[in-house]
Design a protein around this ligand. Structure first.
Ligand SMILES: [Zn+2]
Length: 359
């Protein structure tokens, strides 16, 4: 943000100097020179700087490791060259391993491969910073996460090393129950939420002050995680889930779950996938606004964030087809009655409170 604004200022002042130079060249009359410097030179209008965005869920690691996409170009939803103008200053990168690659669930060797691929992309793609909370103006902070962490059931102590590498959010399951927890995608509800190993891993994560991400978890698992959150004081988060009251899908959260997550101090990141925004049709920007407003009403504005799910094979609203839509969403939220400050909280501050303890 700081970089954006100073660039805009530098751009404006150099264009103004250009205007003066042109006036001097014309030089034949003061009136004409005055007129020329008053007229804004092309590009001199300082652009309104976009509201900073920290996105809690972007599947660039999946795109790069399993779909031949680079961080620079991505699938077109999250290309590096568009991030500055969109206001993106931070992103959570899940080390997701697809079922096609690991039918029995990801192994530690898969995590290692994913991690190495992600670090290499971060290093060669300019706006990205290495994982961590250190802020550098004009750069994009990165945070690592798991989305499906069954391998840790065998050895929860290994989580410590991953937290040291920059993991800031731990999603236990993906679309199928594993050795840690049951999933919202299970064909039949399982007779458990967290398994014994799942409970042990959650407790270990909480000792390391790492929040559990309950997007993809079954209702029973959400309940179990929140119970452990209440004991430890570490928030529960849902990085990329919407409101079930507006779009009835097991991946979305009931109002009761939304309130419970808020009561732990956690956040819910709004997902841009049409299926989780509206039932049976392509969603629109208005649907995203409706979910944000609903979450604000039920949870409070301190507990709502952005978790686009870009690069995760999603079908977003046409107005939010890529990161370039973030400023459009910010304007729509303000038109819907949220203050600029509320939008700033939702777009980045609430996420940074969870990821980095920033107030
Ligand atoms: Zn997901």
């Amino acid at each position: 943000m700081t970089f954006e604004s100073s660039t805009a200022r530098r751009g404006a002042s150099s264009s103004l100097r250009g205007g003066f130079r042109r006036a001097a060249l014309v030089g034949s009359g003061l009136a004409l020179a005055t007129l020329l410097v008053r007229l804004p030179a092309r590009g001199a209008e300082p652009k309104e700087r976009p509201i900073a965005v920290v996105d809690l869920h972007v599947d660039l690691p999946y795109r790069h490791n399993y779909r031949d996409g680079s961080f620079a170009e991505s699938s077109g939803q999250f290309p590096a060259r568009k991030l500055a103008r969109a206001g993106v200053v931070g992103v959570v990168l899940p080390l997701f391993v697809p079922k096609s690659h690991a039918p029995e669930g990801p192994r530690f060797s898969d995590f290692e491969t994913s991690y190495k691929g992600v670090l290499a992309e971060i290093r060669k793609t300019p706006p990205y910073l290495p994982p961590g909370c250190v802020e550098t103006p004009g750069r994009v902070r990165t945070f690592l996460a798991f989305e499906g962490a069954g391998a840790f059931a065998e050895d929860p102590k290994r989580l410590d090393e991953w937290v040291g590498r920059g993991v800031r959010s731990l999603g236990l399951v993906h679309t199928k129950a594993n050795a840690l927890a049951s999933s919202s995608g299970d064909a039949k509800p399982m007779p458990f939420g967290l398994t014994r190993a799942g409970k042990a891993l959650v407790e270990r994560a909480h000792r390391l002050r790492v929040p559990i991400d309950v997007s993809h978890a079954s209702d029973r698992a959400v309940e179990d995680v929140i119970e452990l959150s209440r004991r430890s004081g570490v928030p529960t988060i849902a990085t990329h889930s919407n409101a079930r009251a507006l779009a009835d899908h097991p991946r979305n959260l009931t109002d009761e779950q939304i309130r419970a997550i808020a009561s732990t101090g956690g956040v819910i990141g709004v997902n841009f996938h049409s299926r989780f925004l509206a039932s049976g049709r392509r969603a629109t920007l208005a649907d995203v606004v409706a979910h944000v407003l609903h979450l604000v009403k039920v949870a409070g504005v301190q507990h709502v964030a952005i978790g686009s799910d870009f690069e995760g094979d999603i079908n977003p609203p046409a107005e939010l087809a890529d990161v370039g839509g973030f400023p459009r969403l910010a304007s729509a939220l303000e038109r819907a009655g949220l203050s600029r400050d509320d939008v700033r909280r939702i777009f980045s501050r609430n996420a940074l409170r969870i990821l980095c303890g920033e107030k």
